[in-house]
Write a protein that binds this ligand. Sequence first.
Ligand SMILES: [Zn+2]
Length: 265
Amino acid sequence: MTGFREHRRNHFAEEHLMTDYLWQAAASDLSFLAGLTDEELLELRKLATIFSHEMIFEGGDGMELTEEMCAVISVQASLPVLKLGMNWYSSWNTVVVVPDHIISKRVSTDRAGVVSEWVEVDAGESWHKGPVVYAWPDVIISGRRDGFNVVIHEAAHRLDMTDGSVNGRPALHKGMDLKRWTEVCTSAFNDLTARSGPRRRTQIDGYATVSDAEFFAVMTEYFFELPHVMLREYPELYELFRDFYRQDPVTRLPSHTFAPQLRRM
Ligand SMILES: [Zn+2]
């Protein structure tokens, strides 16, 4: 069945390939696509065609969506699955785009019964098997090679769900060692936690240390946007991501010294 579905999708993408205008509008400013071969760019364009055709796009909070906006999201969301295929997003069927940052009210009660309330500003949200919500102001600054990419971040959460839980580990390919994945991720997570904080000694966003799931999502942003930073700080982790995504962005992107953008927290 899978083979037939893939064949049908491929046929659809060839027949209805994203137009030159939309492809240019979506991809021309995305510096993190630099270094992809012509074949890879064509494959990305086909995947983005399938993504934008199969995904339900909705505007939230009065947002009016255009074809160009959907294309910008489709192209970026297709990069992580460039060598994996669209089946990896089979539990993802809706994208909601809202005009401003998502304000979430959080409440917690400590052991002494003291209730704390605070608000968090999110660039995006991903609900298990539900829609992904993107804040448009964060979509338009994604893909610029500064380590911040909300489209990739939320897409990574969807991939994380493929083993049945959101735990910072997607379904691993045959031959990949589960124990090694856990050991390398835990070691990098603990090290990054120790090096984040007020006396920051890392170029990687401390938001990665919020949880295992955020670690995988933020590291995926670095893998595709600033792979040299990730390779330098966590080479073993980079290798695992290279094996999972079946891509090696260090070999296609130039190293540079842009300051990584840190998330608003
Ligand atoms: Zn997240």
